[in-house]
Ligand binder design. Sequence first.
Ligand code: SAM
Length: 254
Amino acid sequence: MQRYFVTPEQFGQDTVVLDGEDARHIAKVMRGKAGDKLIVSDGVSREALVAIASIEIGEVTATILESLEMTHEPRIQITVAQSLPKGDKLETVIQKCTEIGAVAFVPFLSERTIVQYDERKESKRLDRWRKICKEAAEQAHRNIVPKVSSPLGWKQLLGSFSGYDAVYFCYEKEEGLQLRSAAAPWLAGLEPESSAKVLVIVGPEGGFSEEECEAAEAAGAVSVGLGRRILRCETAGMVAAACILYESGEMGGA
Ligand code: SAM
């Protein structure tokens, strides 16, 4: 069933009003009509099965039929920090990691970031990343839309570590500790059903320098490898997120 995210303000007692791009999508793409059922979520605390009551230009009103439980979010909340890659690779990272279950994305600039980040174009790029994230969240039946923050500087990223329970610095030259050996025992030691915040840091096409690895470790990150093969920068975050969620039993079957 088609799903849409709305703001909490659009969620009334008995009805939900969808507008903008969502109303256009229902009317033009889905060819919706009165009586059609949809699932609507406010991305915070309410999700419901609704039936379209009326379709007008730019506005669809739907009647709430049934409140639904929000049970699709992982208890391990992964933020993927990705050094800004070239072209549209960050869009791929955001789309795929949203499907996998990441809850937030933090683009950042590091020593070997190739792309120039243009402050003036920031809002346009951010809007696009957030749109892709929302669409991926709808497609993946997420209960929330992951957050995409504006790009941070390297020092700002290091300063954010205290907001997480674990920080894994994916370092392609790490020959010692591997992600699984670092994360699995820690995840196994968490109280059952408890949640935890994990930051996964991925470098750009040219990788990280040794100095960056040392600085990340000094700030509290654990440097980890992702196995014996070198992954593209847009693949590493997906792999790390999937491995952590697999180890925590969040990929089904646990
Ligand atoms: N240019 C680098 C090289 O040839 O060694 C590779 C950089 S890789 C394309 C980009 C980023 O993905 C790395 O900085 C790291 O964060 C992550 N990554 C890729 N493969 C990895 C691995 N085997 N272990 C840990 N991190 C990896």
